[in-house]
Structures are given as structure tokens and as C-alpha cells.
Design a protein around this ligand. Structure first.
Ligand code: UDX
Length: 437
């Protein structure tokens, strides 16, 4: 078991630090954000992530997990330093690595014996080498350290389970000594026979981008097939299910919707396009995925106009602001594209989300935020279900119909049954199921 420091207490850092402590390591999570660390010290979790508080509490209680703003000391006290800082898209779509360089710099300053620097954040191929060179330059020729790439595949909303039960652990390293240390860090998983992928740094970095871009492609592909289903009278769910029965395809990530969002797929696909450009070769596939996904988000408004052609002066209820359920994260959420387009058409929006309102308000401070789905539907000319939160799966539909000025219901996540909705008297639209009467 190792002494570990995790720098960055965002989704990835906080969940990873907590999970690593749960594996039996001694972990200190650090951040430059004093408020966040203060909250964590008080036992409060700054993000909405189901199940995280329980795991944080049990590891704090066991003395394996601490929080601090003293990055220098945390690094000096650790054998393994995880960098889990943000790598948001820069102006050209490339990953902004300033936070990673900052962690590498403070790591170099505090290098007082052999330590492993682990890149947990998603970083472009080649970053591991550059981090190594930077630390070497700053810490001197005699400094003893290794740089490892250990990408993380957790999903928001199910992050704790994903971290504790991963499909595989990827370790990219150029020194067997560092690989062995990483195996020790993840010993609890090793004992459970979780597959390990031991490879070089570049492969590890690319595994993450390739996986995310592939999943984004899969979603985008089924979205396009759904759009086609609407035109030709096919049912996208039957098509997806039968496609998924082919073991080479698999049924996962074939659910159509309003386009993918979140902190990973949009950023990583854009960054991958930039990586291709940088090395001077072309990616037609990933570039097309980025473009098609933006189009899919905008299509929501076209779908609504098929139900009510003129949106001018209409009131539209939006249910769901986060990019998916069980998270308060609204980065690249489809609602962020759909709401301004509705307003451009002259509509007025009333919106509601169970937890993501605060995050959404940062970009849209002046929207009409309501306290419940029912408040949002009150007096609206149509409702659009944008995120499949459980509470939107069990709506009192009779009540919703009464509250709406006209019973127009656009279900971008295909939560409801089209035949049932029409029987109930709704003018109902969804994605890839237009034929169902
Ligand atoms: C994703 C990856 O799954 C994870 O491995 C990686 O580490 C980070 O990025 P996350 O963004 O948290 O995780 O959520 P995910 O559940 O993958 O969903 C991403 C987006 O795709 C959401 O907007 C979701 O609504 C959409 N989606 C997903 C679909 O539209 N259809 C699907 O079938 C699956």
C-alpha cells in the first residue's frame, strides 16, 4: 500500500483519491481551491455524485483519506503523485494543459527522493514525455522519478462504482519499477483479477482518447440512424437491439437522444481532431462525429417545430439541464444549445432540473428557473424532456396535460411509450420512433 497525493479535487481527482484510499492506500487530496478543501474537511462533498459521500466518510474515519491545501508538503510526504487537474478545451479545441504543467512544476520543486508522477487527467499523446522533460529540466539530472500515464474511465453519476470496479487498469510507463509501484497502488483490483494493460506512455494516452471517441461515434451513429428511422418508418430501438445482438457491435451506447454532452466526449473528440492535425494526418471520422453531434443538438428544435410550426411567442418548458441524469454537471449539455435556439425563434423558456440549476445559472443567469417539473409546465405551449432523470420517468402525465396550454410533449430521450402518450391525448414526438401510432 502506498502513500499517495492526488492533486485536483474535481470529479476525477476526488473520486480517484477516495477510491485509492478505499483500496487501502493512504491518500491526501489537495487543491488550490481553499473553499472546496474546507467543505471536504467538514465532510461535505462539493459535487453531486451518488454514493461518494459514504465512501469518503468511511475512508476519512479509517484515517486513510485527508484533504489539504498544502501541496508542497503533500507531495513531499508521498511516493506517488496523481495529477487529476482539469484539461479543458483551449481556444482551438486542443486541450489546455496549463494546470498539468503547474502540477509538474510543483512536483519537481518537492522531489526529495524517488517518486512517481501519474497523469490521471486526459492529456494529448506525448504529454507524458513532455512532463518528464519538464521535471527533469527543473529538478536536475540526478533527480529520481518516473512519469506514468494511468487514464481514468469513470462516468459521472456512476463514478464510484466505475472506479471501484473498472473493466481494466491501464498503466503506461517506460520503467518496470514504476509499473510495479502502480500495480501495488491498485493491488485490491489485481487480487480481484481486473485486467491490467501494461504498455508505453503514448499507448496509454491514446487508449483514453480512442475509447472516448469510439463511444462518441457509436452514439452519433445511432443518432443518425434514429433520424433516418423517423423518415422511413422504422423503430430505432428495434434496430439498435438487433444490431447489438451481434457480439462485434454490443448493445451498449446505442441509445439515441439529443446528442452527447459532458466533460469528456465533446472535449476529447475535439482534442483528438487537433492531435491528428498536429501530426499532419487527417481524421474524417472524428471530425464528422463532432459536427454531427452539434447538428443533433440543434435538431431538437426542428423536431419541436414539426409538432408546433411557429414558436414565436410560445412558452416552452424544458425538463433537464444536466448533460445526463445523476450529475449536476452541465458542461456541453444539449440544453445549452437548445434553449438559445428556442429563444432565437421567439419562444420563452421555463426550465427545471432536480440538481443542475446552480451549474446552469453560471452560463444562463437570467432564465426562468422553476421549482418543479409541474411548475415548468404550467401554462407552457409545449414541454421538452431533455434529460432522463428518474423523476421525469414517473411524471403524473394527466397533471402535466392539465397544466400545459397545449398537450405537446417532445421526449428527446425516448422515456415514454409513443402509443400510450398519443392515447392519453398528447401530441408526442421522440427520436427515431415516428412511425409508432
Ligand atoms: C464518459 C465515458 O463513458 C467515460 O468512460 C469517460 O471516462 C468520461 O466520459 P460521462 O461523460 O460521465 O462518461 O457519461 P456517459 O454516461 O458516457 O454519457 C456521455 C453522454 O453520452 C451523455 O450526454 C449521454 O446522455 C450520452 N449517451 C450515452 C447517449 O446519448 N446515448 C448512449 O447510449 C449513451
Amino acid at each position: 500500500m502506498k502513500r499517495i497525493c492526488v492533486v485536483g479535487t474535481g470529479y476525477v481527482g476526488l473520486v480517484s483519491g477516495t477510491g485509492l484510499a478505499d483500496f487501502g492506500n493512504h491518500v491526501v487530496c489537495v487543491d488550490i481551491d481553499k473553499d472546496k478543501i474546507e467543505l471536504l474537511k467538514k465532510g461535505k462533498i462539493p459535487i453531486y455524485e451518488p454514493g461518494l459521500k459514504e465512501v469518503v466518510d468511511r475512508n476519512v474515519k479509517a484515517g486513510r483519506l485527508r484533504f489539504s491545501t498544502d501541496i508542497d508538503k503533500a507531495i513531499r510526504d508521498s511516493e506517488v503523485v496523481f495529477s487529476a487537474v482539469g484539461t479543458p478545451p483551449g481556444e482551438g479545441g486542443e486541450a489546455d494543459l496549463r494546470a498539468v504543467w503547474a502540477v509538474a512544476t510543483v512536483f519537481a520543486k518537492n522531489l526529495d527522493g524517488y517518486k512517481v508522477f501519474v497523469n490521471k487527467s486526459t492529456v494529448p499523446v506525448g504529454t507524458g514525455r513532455k512532463v518528464y522533460e519538464l521535471i527533469r529540466e527543473l529538478a536536475g539530472r540526478d533527480a529520481s522519478f518516473d512519469v506514468v500515464s494511468n487514464p481514468e474511465f469513470l462516468r459521472e453519476g456512476s463514478a464510484v462504482g466505475d472506479f471501484l470496479h473498472p473493466d481494466r487498469v491501464v498503466i503506461g510507463s517506460s520503467n518496470p519499477k514504476a509499473t510495479e509501484i502502480m500495480k501495488d497502488v491498485y493491488k485490491a483490483l489485481y487480487l480481484r483479477k481486473t485486467p491490467y494493460v501494461e504498455t508505453n506512455i503514448e499507448s496509454a494516452e491514446l487508449i483514453k482518447y480512442a475509447s472516448n471517441a469510439f463511444l462518441a461515434t457509436k452514439i452519433t451513429f445511432i443518432n443518425e440512424i434514429a433520424n433516418l428511422c423517423d423518415k422511413v418508418g422504422a423503430d430505432v430501438h428495434v434496430v439498435a437491439e438487433a444490431m447489438g445482438q451481434d457480439g462485434r457491435i454490443s448493445p451498449k451506447f446505442l441509445h439515441p437522444g439529443p446528442g452527447y454532452g459532458g466533460s469528456c466526449f465533446p472535449k476529447d473528440t475535439m482534442a483528438l481532431v487537433e492531435i491528428f492535425k498536429e501530426v499532419g494526418i487527417k481524421t474524417k471520422v472524428v471530425e464528422a462525429v463532432v459536427e454531427a453531434n452539434e447538428h443533433q443538438k440543434a435538431l431538437v428544435v426542428d423536431r419541436l417545430k414539426e409538432l408546433i410550426p411557429d414558436l414565436k411567442g410560445k412558452v416552452i418548458a424544458i425538463l433537464g439541464l444536466s448533460f445526463k441524469p445523476n450529475t449536476d454537471d452541465t458542461r456541453f449539455s444539449p440544453s445549452k444549445v437548445v434553449i438559445p435556439l428556442l429563444e432565437k425563434e421567439g419562444a420563452r423558456v421555463q426550465c427545471y432540473d432536480p440538481v443542475a440549476t446552480k451549474d446552469f445559472k453560471r452560463d444562463f443567469p437570467d432564465l426562468d428557473y422553476k421549482k418543479s417539473a409541474y411548475d415548468a409546465c404550467q401554462g407552457a405551449d409545449a414541454v421538452i424532456l431533455m434529460t432522463e432523470w428518474n423523476e421525469f420517468r414517473g411524471l403524473d402525465l394527466e397533471e402535466i396535460k392539465k397544466l400545459l396550454k397545449s398537450p405537446v410533449f417532445l421526449d428527446t430521450r425516448n422515456v415514454y411509450d409513443p402509443a400510450d402518450m398519443r392515447e392519453r391525448g398528447f401530441i408526442y414526438g421522440s427520436v427515431g420512433r415516428a412511425h409508432i401510432r
